[in-house]
Design a protein. Structure first.
Length: 121
């Protein structure tokens, strides 16, 4: 649950930073990056629950990148007065993936996720 709380803080901030830094990521209203960030946080949290393990850390980061870029690109199409190009979504996804590297390492080091499958006989 701590991972979700961290994501609910980090994802909207990262989307705001992307809108501020990248010229091809532009939101019409102040609350739109927050909405998109919250959606990204929930999707990322459930993806972590499904696939984050010690041996799948980099696969999980790669999947976070792809899914984040797609959510930003197609999610921006649903928001009024918002313009996000494909490359803007890719750059935003890359920024989010960098934050995910640190979050995943923290979650794995602090044993907040299951690090290996348990086998019962």
């Amino acid at each position: 649950m701590t991972g979700l709380i961290v994501k609910l803080l980090v994802c909207p901030i990262a989307v705001y930073v992307a809108a501020w830094v990248f010229p091809n990521v532009e939101f019409g209203y102040w609350y739109q990056p927050i909405i998109l960030g919250v959606v990204l946080a929930f999707v990322g949290y459930f993806m972590e629950k499904m696939m984050l393990r010690e041996e799948t850390n980099w696969l999980s980061v790669g999947m976070d990148f792809v899914v984040s870029a797609l959510i930003v690109y197609f999610g921006a199409m649903l928001l009024a007065d918002t313009a996000v190009t494909f490359w803007g979504a890719v750059l935003t996804g890359a920024l989010l993936a960098v934050t995910e590297i640190f979050q995943h390492n923290w979650l794995l080091r602090s044993d907040r996720v299951q690090t290996r499958e348990t086998v019962q006989e």
